[in-house]
Design a protein around this ligand. Sequence first.
Ligand code: 5AD
Ligand code: SF4
Length: 461
Amino acid sequence: MAKRLYIETVGCQMNMLDSEMVVASLRKSDFELTSDVEQADVILFNTCSVRQHAEEKIYSALGKLRQLKQLRPDTIIGVLGCMAQKDQRHVLDRAPFVDLVIGPGQLHRIAELIDRAGGAESAQLAVSLERRDADRRQVMRSHETFDPLRDPEMRPTPYQAYLRIQIGCDKFCTYCVVPMTRGPEQGRSPDEILAEARVLADQGCLEVTLLGQTVNSYQYRKGEQTVRLPDLLESLHAISGIERLKFVTSYPKDMTDGLLQAVRDLPKCSPYLHVPLQSGSDAILKRMKRGYTVSQYRDMIERVRQTIPGAAVSSDFIVGFCGETYQDYQQTVEMLRWCRFKNSFIFKYSVRPGTRAAERLPDDVPDGVKRQRNNELLAIQNSISETENLAFIDRQVDVLIEGPSKKAARGHSEISALQLMGRTHCDRIVVFDGPDQLVGQIKPIRIDRVTPHTLLGSLVD
Ligand code: 5AD
Ligand code: SF4
């Protein structure tokens, strides 16, 4: 009989993709998914370490399994991903009943490790080398990318897929734990990337989103030649079946003219860029070691606007970083107003052990102040998003239809069962009524109303 697998995933798109790979590989070993944790033979949490809050939620979810493990000791419980790599054995101090601790660079071993955990006395620990433990080559090799199995049933929709082109990060922003948990930056070989994209196209995938922590810093040495993101985009563009190409997350300093021209000249490239600014104050950017000034970021945005008119740009911000004064914060507000992002993700600074900021800079902005700045920035961004969306009223946009809207999916009583959702080429969410046979197609929609995060419209006959 098939074994039952329950998996919960938090964090970024990389984690979503890792979970997709884990499930695809376990399905090959005769597992089937269950949404009922009580029924599962194997329970996995794919975790995130970017903020403390995300970790606390996982430890509290694990705590709830203590009793289940006592009642059914054969159930295998695993902690995967960044928290596994960061905390390693310490996961077991807080949750001694855990059977598996597997870092993101070791997930290709998941099936074998579950097998071993079955008969083992002690927990199976599989983590990658830490940077200081060995030379760069060895550390790189211990962070293996896990990409080979593409299973359309395992994606949120079969028409869209993430494709990893880069693992790790070498930027070492002082607040960030990712260079530790995901290891050194490594570009995947273009041959592997193209082969995987062809598989995706054959499976009916229309939209491919390329993933990397600093995706636009992608490079791969091939003999004398260095392949960069614009070269990759050009090759991917030639694959028939793929209609849309996106890439996240971009690093401001590496947004070259060549890349912007590629996005402009290749019609399948979405006019959408996610380029986190983090702060609008030079003093804070320097303390974050982001590698650019506010004025360089402004120049980059101006180049985007000139080269790709109408492009949507989105950002991330951290409020309440070490030493952030009211004046620093006001400069962030000013930049937020000037940049006119499509949307922004805003986070309160969270100290991450092992980072430069944790070691050298005091976390001196009170939580209440962080919260207030967070809420205020969100309100300003919402009003900008709504104003930007107003420009879409009475316009026709091409929408890749993903499925029922959130409300329709929940069976909301006043909402028609046929309320569908999709996205424009520039990544805006569109909601409209239509038959569900349209799911997986690109159709023109006329927009008649907007909110900060959604365009509402109707099908064009
Ligand atoms: N505290 C708060 N936010 C953080 N981010 C990364 N590290 C931290 C931290 N220590 C945010 C950044 C990044 C996003 C993915 O998470 O804004 O772009
Ligand atoms: Fe973290 Fe900075 Fe790398 Fe992004 S670029 S993953 S914020 S270290």
